[in-house]
Write a protein that binds this ligand. Sequence first.
Ligand code: ATP
Ligand code: MG
Length: 642
Amino acid sequence: MTPTASGLRQATAPGGGARRQPAQIEIGRILNVGSSEALISISKTIIRDNKLHLAQIGTILKILTSQSIVVAMVSSLQIGATDNEGENDGCMAKLSILGEITTNPTTRETKFFRGVRTFPVVNEAVYAMSPSDLQLIFARENTACIEIGRLQQDSSIVAKVRTDDMLSKHFAIIGSTGSGKSCTVALVLQSILNANPNGHIVLFDPHNEYSKSFGARAEVITGETLDLPLWMFDFAETSELLTSDIEDQAREEDEILHDVILKAKRLFERANQSSDVSAQVNLDDIEYELQRATHITLDSPVPYRIRDVVKLIDHEMGRLENNSNLQPYKRLKRRIATLISDPRYAFIFRNQAKPKSIQDIMGPIFRLPVNGKPISILDFSSIPSETLNVVVSVVSRLAFELATWSKRKIPILLVCEEAHRYIPRDPSLGFASTRKIISRIAKEGRKYGVSLGIISQRPSELEPSTLSQCSTIFSMRLSNEVDQNFVRSAVPDGAAELLAFLPSLGTAETMVFGEAVNLPMRVLLNNLPEEYRPHSSSASFTKLWTHDTATPQLMHGVYESWKKRSHASDVNLPPQTPHAARPHSVQTQPAPRAVAQQRAGSPGYPAQPHTQGGQAHAQPLTKGQALSDVKRLLNAAFHKEN
Ligand SMILES: Nc1ncnc2c1ncn2[C@@H]1O[C@H](COP(=O)(O)OP(=O)(O)OP(=O)(O)O)[C@@H](O)[C@H]1O
Ligand SMILES: [Mg+2]
């Protein structure tokens, strides 16, 4: 059945046998009107009857014209303005004109369109929208949508976002710290996964926030389980990892690396062909063979072993005639030795003896096959922050390659939490390759089926062209004016006026702009059940300061892991009881029954809790636990349940 717009019926067929419509609530009258804005004076009755909430900022109103219903949103409100009679108790509102509802005279179909053909005139009445008017604008039955919450203006209307429009042209979730971005990420991705159980989503999680947010549907990959060997890095990424920060030195080292990596790849390939990967070879003997042009280039995704690289560096050093040129070789060897001995870099150097195949490396990250876990969470909390950029570059580049070579058969969504960290506005910060690949995905990803979700609390510190490529923006509370201005330039609808009230949005409240919604909408987001909420990054100072959490056992674990990280020491930690290993009275998970009860009341959420992130906290520290375990332990203490 075609929905009817209450106002339009009255406007187009006044009195003429139309169904009886509920009384219209007049909000005010137009004082002046421009091409995209109108100023209205709010009726005294509305003020007197305390109904100003009907015209609060973000509310959608309608103006009846002879041909259509013009739809506009309140973008600012001035209380105490001088009214027509010169008194100062008036109230004015500025409206952004957004679209119109018209009825096709032949088919009698009533539809909402963006843009306006018939403009209202001065003194025309402005009315509140009825639920059926709102339904007409926001209901989208024929297109795949996700439901994220309810309209702030009328909680009977479900807020829907068109999934394909949101994903194909990228989306961004921005807002000040604590405004609810991470919860929105979890809500949005949960809704996508509910409808698309065979998705391919990769979530970059720099703070280990999301490990419990998707339950059994997520493959959580930590620094301990990640396998991203050096041979999957392209030359720029390898160089970023292995060479000095000093430009001149890096240039010398690059030249050596270039040569030895190419040879190491050919060496591996040669050994592989002779099915003797561990062959000890005399490099002098095969030098000529390795130099010959082969199909292998520097960036071919072909394995090589780091020990061959070191061997080749030694070999090159031995051939030098002038000893004063040894320094770059020594620096490279030192850096490689340091990285190999640092457990935080184990994800790059594991399985050296028998490198994994490209399928085995890509499979878990990009969910190939999905195996019931359509999302992988790359928990980067234990990966050194200086390496985070390189890892993001590698994974993003692999996503792009995969999408390109699969000819759009495997669409992938990359969700970048804290995106300002790896695609910063300032080109001298961050890593050029990360910036290049993410902005390439932002510009060309749509053609290949790679989508970006950019999450940031500092949009002004984000590379601006990437943000402007996001055609759907969820803007949460945003108090910083510089950040607001950046959003304004990225907002696609010309609805920039509406951003004025971003500082006043509540937690878990968002404005959604752009391609994936019919009109900008102010949404009260669905409540994310407690057990699926990302860990908040703020510590409970007052709770943790009520008792002494720094037990000798805890501190022993902290210092040992710290030391181990720096010096790769292999220290036996003393046996500890679970009670001693975690601060007194810390509960890391709600009681199982409570979880079950909460979950039972949460349709659409995963059936089983994902225990990897939570239950592990209750275990005693054992030999060989890395800093990340202690971090998790502390995290659990910080975010303990009440
Ligand atoms: N949709 C929601 N459902 C339930 N609680 C929510 C929701 N959105 C926000 N919250 C509450 O607000 C708190 C902060 O939200 P969240 O951690 O998502 O903010 P953030 O913007 O990601 O903060 P930060 O910038 O520090 O990462 C949450 O811990 C939760 O209590
Ligand atoms: Mg967050």
